[in-house]
Design a protein around this ligand. Structure first.
Ligand code: NAP
Length: 316
């Protein structure tokens, strides 16, 4: 039995682990698919306070080291089922089953896909959602980026380190991205834009060779030769296993109050599993801190109740 089980190891989960372990709570952190979550697939992090520039993997390693220093245990397991009829709460992983007196859900969000012909077939053979992971494969080759938000421009800028040119394909004629990245991308000679256009298909035998593009106004279709397609069109929360167990909105984001409480007492939530608006490493980290402080209070209340209940049972 542990005090706190944290599901997820991004900035929310690891910050929760630092606070929970430092409060002397026995703390497990389940990594999920991969340690670090989305930030670990980001190359340049320029806006995490205290670090003018750091890579996502380095930031993750520092958070992990800090959590472990206080005694948190990182468990490389993926939780596939939860029983929130506690406390204690039961988490079933691929490797084992775990019990905890409180749970912090920090499962984050995953990149959205286009759902077009060729996307799955050419996955890992030119189609990617991770410039940090796959950018280096495209040295001196042209690549395309789909999306018009901060991610598309930030990752597109990163891809200019390798690619001969980066074409950003956006479904509108105005970017959603903020002015800083807009200006940087606009000034980068390797970045071109195709406006008012969607990618209707990915084509190629063994690897991506071209994209089928469709103009959203005229419906006109054309083939666009490229070697890579990087998709940055937003995210969906990783909350499937909580359906019917925690209250969530119509998009699957878990509903919480400002103290990171879910509708189940003793189960807290932090980061992008409940936030579709701010979505920053620093906001997720802050929520992880809040969730851990609330878990600590919850456990203290449990402990103050337990002796009284035991005494009551004994005298009764
Ligand atoms: P986002 O802001 O939701 O942008 C998604 C983009 O993809 C939008 O331009 C959207 O078009 C487009 N899109 C969505 N579905 C599409 C589809 N089916 N086909 C074609 N295009 C589609 O997502 P994000 O860029 O991942 O950013 C998420 C959050 O993280 C934001 O709050 C952002 O500020 C933050 N972030 C910040 C930084 C930074 O500060 N350095 C870096 C990365 C992310 P429309 O514009 O037409 O809706």
């Amino acid at each position: 039995m542990h005090d706190v089980a944290i599901m997820g190891s991004g900035p929310a989960g690891l910050t929760a682990a630092i606070y929970a372990a430092r409060a002397n709570l026995s703390t497990l952190v389940f990594t999920g698919d991969a340690l670090g979550g989305q930030i670990a697939t980001t190359y340049d992090v320029e806006n995490y306070p205290g670090f003018e520039e750091i890579t996502g993997p380095d930031l993750t390693a520092r958070m992990q080291g800090q959590a472990e220093r206080f005694g948190a245990e990182i468990v490389y397991d993926q939780i596939i089922e939860v029983d929130f009829g506690g406390p204690p709460f039961t988490l079933t992983g691929r490797a084992a089953t775990y019990a905890a007196r409180s749970v912090i859900v920090a499962t984050g969000a995953s990149p959205r896909l286009l759902g077009i012909p060729g996307e799955q077939e050419l996955w890992g053979r030119g189609v990617s959602v991770c410039a940090t992971c796959d950018g280096a494969f495209f040295k001196d080759q042209p690549v395309a980026v789909v999306g018009g938000g901060d991610s598309a421009l930030q990752e597109g800028l990163f891809l200019t380190r390798f690619a001969s040119e980066v074409t950003v394909i956006h479904r509108r004629d105005q970017l959603r991205a903020g002015p800083y990245l807009r200006d940087r991308a606009g000034a980068e000679p390797k970045i071109n834009f195709i406006w008012d256009t969607v990618v209707a298909g990915v084509q190629g035998d063994q690897a991506v060779q071209s994209l089928r593009l469709r103009n959203v106004h005229t419906g006109e279709e054309s083939d666009f030769p490229t070697e890579g397609l990087f998709i940055f069109i937003g995210h969906d929360p990783n909350t499937e296993i909580f359906k019917g167990k925690l209250e969530m909105d119509e998009d699957g984001y878990i509903i919480s109050n400002r103290y990171m409480h879910t509708n189940v007492e003793g189960v807290f939530v932090a980061g992008e599993a409940q936030d579709h608006y701010f979505r920053q490493a620093i906001t997720s980290a802050g929520e992880g801190c809040q969730a851990a402080m609330e878990a600590e209070k919850f456990i203290a209340r449990l402990e103050s109740r337990q002796p009284a209940a035991a005494a009551g049972a004994a005298s009764g």
